[in-house]
Design a protein around this ligand. Structure first.
Ligand SMILES: [Zn+2]
Length: 289
């Protein structure tokens, strides 16, 4: 009898057993996207939470257990989460793995003499459509019973992304051409900049792991003065002190806080759609004049 039950458990798809599929996401932006598309049919666990920096995350034993138990693991890819790749490689997980950025045209940057991919593809709303499609297909694969519900949730979500794309286009196209060069802590907005002709300059480079030297900061202050850069923006995941110093030495004004690599813990920017809207509005307000 016990044997027959075990066999049944192996043969039946998960949803037919009444268990929600277990999905593990690497960081808050993916957690929200997966929750929006998965709705009530999934059980979600996320690793790096709101307002936290995934570049420098150190894994815990609990993360290893979650990897082991997951049916589906969704990560960003583009070398954003090497800590999760190591965890998966050292586990015996049977989870299906989805890289949400699969199919994005990656930007690359030169850093420390090497060409590295820019992982921050979520900061382009056009890429968010690709993320949503990859998440949808991953969920439908591990839980075909709820495929139609996932499709409906996905379609409604993409309609909201499209509405924000229209807002971004309208906001950024009407900026004065001379106002399209700004400073942030680290290089998280390359995809957004590429889409709308905005140049983002950052003392920290592509990852928050690197601390800029005093010479880097002095160079940045000189660049702001020479190029008449108007505004410096803080990031929700970064220590504000460096950029406050840069702003006060260069005379540039503080443009506000941008959400770069994580959602806010509460308030409007606690969803990806709200996060994107907040960034569009903050940039638009600071650069309009
Ligand atoms: Zn980053």
């Amino acid at each position: 009898m016990r044997c027959a039950l075990l066999l049944l458990a192996l043969v039946l798809p998960l949803a037919a057993q009444g268990e929600p599929v277990k999905v593990l996401t690497s960081f808050s932006i993916l957690a929200d996207m997966v929750q929006q598309i998965g709705g009530e049919d999934i059980e979600l666990t996320n690793v790096v939470g709101p307002d936290s920096d995934a570049h420098t995350y150190e894994t815990t034993p609990a993360d290893g257990r979650h990897v082991q138990q997951a049916d589906l693991i969704v990560e960003n890819g583009l070398q954003f989460e090497p800590w999760l790749d190591r965890l998966i490689a050292s586990s015996e997980t049977h989870a299906r793995q989805v890289k949400a950025s699969e199919g994005v045209l990656p930007r690359t940057l030169k850093e420390g003499g090497q060409t590295v991919p820019d992982p921050h593809a979520w900061n382009s709303l056009a890429n968010a459509r690709i993320y949503a499609a990859n998440i949808l297909h991953g969920l439908q694969h591990v839980d075909p019973v709820h495929a139609a519900a996932y499709q409906r949730n996905h379609d409604a979500y993409v309609a909201n992304i499209d509405a924000l794309l229209a807002l971004a286009q309208h906001t950024f196209e009407s900026l004065p051409p001379g106002n399209k060069r700004i400073v942030t802590s680290h290089d998280a907005f390359g995809y957004l900049g590429q889409a709308y002709g905005i140049q983002f300059i950052a003392p920290q480079g592509i990852s928050t792991e690197r601390e800029p030297s005093a010479a880097d900061v002095a160079n940045l202050v000189r660049q702001i003065r020479e190029q008449h850069i108007k505004a410096v923006f803080l990031e929700n995941i970064a220590d504000p002190r460096l950029l406050q110093q840069v702003a006060s030495e260069s005379g540039a004004r503080m443009g506000g806080t941008l959400y770069s690599d994580a959602l806010a813990a509460s308030g409007p920017a606690s969803t990806y759609l709200g996060f994107s809207r907040s960034n569009i509005e903050t940039l638009g307000r600071a650069l309009a004049h």
